[in-house]
Design a protein around this ligand. Structure first.
Ligand code: NDP
Length: 498
């Protein structure tokens, strides 16, 4: 056996494929570790220019970028449709939301991150205390393919608005979308195109980015890959933001509007072929509404269908290997005594909308992320039991509650172990730019979107400036001997009564 046969030869390019036909859409370079390091070095230079632009300059440039996306929206939507497979209209929706996030981040960055006075307190009454949020420098963004514009934008726009340069590694399934976003930046900000750069490749290119000297990694993808990314970042104490998967549930309470809940579960579970990290994969409906809910959901699910034509409700499964996972989850649920009230069939990359009932809680379809157009529905005696089952998972990304009572809906939402919950709606939090987005447990940590999302890409900088000198300094070897005794008496007076 030759050496070449023993060791796999690294690829120097890879193809982006149309998931509906397998046709080659484009060929992209597999960028090496050295090339990724060069991109990060360029970004570090560019970050100085970017920071020198100030809040107003950055807002102007980000708005120019946003303008390119808005004007060429259908062109980008076509590309998203081709690479990911989702219907053009869904791609438009995704881009519209992303544009809104760019505007929010650009507009709110000065107020959220700019210098702010804080009370200096009794011990330091002679000091002026200020906190401000400074950019890290260069952020490495590693993104998935399921929402190839919206999802990375939660890191790109917020990291840029905070004053960082970015090197973005898109998924190998959607490199064209990544390149398009980079090109749009070059059109919008021709004087400094390297503030936002894209590197293409497979997993190892993403791994190279974690070791290329970036100041933080923002990762979106599976928990399994997230663990690898974190381990690599640990070597150099590079901080990480983890946006991982989920097994989100919807709770349908006694007094819920069953029709609205079924409609939301269907959209939340089946749109984008179920390949939504914050999609609904499980429903817990109380005894009182269960039968009506299953009937409504089944009837509505029969009205939607996968395909690549203009009328299709959702597209093919983007990642070929995922079809096996979905197939295993359906088979496992049926073998364990479950029943499909509709669907359960797979034709190539197209999975029919599938509603599964009577599935044991221990089966993969209930416990593991399916990432396909399937929903399990379970009957529970009450919302409390629904909450217990909802929370009995290692994930905790998002979820939904349907309730006729505002107070009860809010109470259940608060008790759901997740980073985000919609009440009488689904996925709604993602369209509110001011709300933080992120999970708990295996769904990750850290937040994109909103003020928290801006702060995520900064380090807090504290400055205490002496306004006047104290007659007897406290933090000095010249401190008078009785000063600490006096201080102890004051503290006893102020704090000792409680
Ligand atoms: P993966 O975890 O397989 O990949 C995510 C990204 O990481 C891709 O760009 C991938 O590159 C890259 N990558 C792979 N290996 C490494 C490595 N060793 N080091 C660094 N980067 C690497 O996820 P999927 O692409 O399959 O995305 C689906 C997952 O993402 C689901 O679990 C979903 O729930 C989650 N997700 C979470 C979201 C959230 O906000 N919480 C939003 C959207 C999705 P390549 O593709 O080239 O292999």
């Amino acid at each position: 056996m030759t050496l070449a046969a023993e060791t796999s030869t690294p690829l120097d390019s890879f193809d982006s494929l149309d998931p509906s036909s397998g046709a080659v859409l484009g060929t992209y370079p597999v960028q090496s570790g050295a090339q990724v390091e060069q991109a990060v070095a360029r970004a570090r230079e560019a970050a100085l220019w970017w920071q020198a632009q100030g809040w107003d300059g950055r807002r102007r440039h980000l708005r120019a970028w946003k303008g390119v996306l808005a004007r060429r929206l259908h062109e980008l939507a076509d590309l998203v449709h081709q690479e990911n497979g989702k219907p053009h209209a869904d791609a438009v929706l995704e881009i519209v939301l992303a544009v809104d996030h760019i505007e929010w981040a650009a507009r709110h960055a000065p107020k959220v991150l700019g210098p702010r006075r804080v009370p200096s307190g009794l011990m330091a009454a002679n000091m002026a205390a200020t906190v401000e949020y400074q950019p890290f420098g260069v952020i490495g963004v590693i993104g998935p393919w399921n929402y190839p514009v919206f999802t990375p934008m939660g890191s790109l726009a917020y990291a840029l608005a905070a004053g960082n340069a970015v090197v973005f590694k898109p998924s190998e399934y959607t490199p064209g979308v990544g390149r398009w976003l980079e090109h749009a930046w070059q059109v919008a900000v021709p004087e400094r195109p390297d503030v936002l750069q894209v590197v293409t490749g497979l997993g190892p290119t993403g791994a190279a980015l974690t070791r290329a000297g970036v100041d933080k990694i923002a990762f979106t993808g599976s928990a399994a890959t997230g663990r690898k990314v974190m381990a690599a970042c640990a070597e150099d104490l590079v901080p990480v933001l983890m946006e991982c998967g989920g097994k989100d549930a919807m709770i349908v309470d006694d007094d819920a509007d069953v029709g609205a809940a079924a409609d939301a579960a269907l959209w939340g579970g089946m749109s984008n072929a179920g390949q939504t990290c914050i999609g609904i994969e499980r429903v817990y409906a109380t005894d009182r509404v269960y039968d009506a809910f299953v009937a409504e959901l089944t009837a509505r699910a029969k009205e939607v269908r996968p395909g690549s034509d203009a009328q299709a409700s959702y597209g093919p499964i983007t990642m070929p290997g995922q079809v096996d996972v979905i197939s295993r989850h359906i088979a496992d649920a049926l073998d364990a005594g479950g029943r499909a009230t509709t669907g359960g069939t797979i034709d190539g990359a197209y999975v029919s909308p599938t509603v599964l009932v009577d599935v044991p809680e221990s089966s993969a379809a209930v416990r593991e992320e399916t990432f396909g157009p399937t929903i399990t529905v379970a009957r529970v005696p009450d919302a409390q039991e629904a909450l217990q089952r909802t929370n009995a998972t290692s994930y905790g990304l998002a979820g939904s509650v349907f309730s006729g009572s505002r107070a009860r809906g809010m109470q259940i939402a608060r008790q759901m172990r997740s980073g985000m919950t919609s009440v009488n709606s689904v996925i709604a939090f993602a369209s509110v730019p001011g709300l933080p987005f992120g999970g708990v447990g295996d769904s990750g940590f850290g937040r994109i979107h909103g003020a928290d999302g801006l702060k995520e890409f900064t380090r807090a900088k504290a400055i205490a400036r002496q306004r006047y000198a104290l007659p007897t300094p406290l933090l000095s070897f010249a401190r008078s001997p009785g000063l600490t005794d006096q201080l102890a008496k004051v503290i006893k007076l102020v704090h000792g009564r409680g």
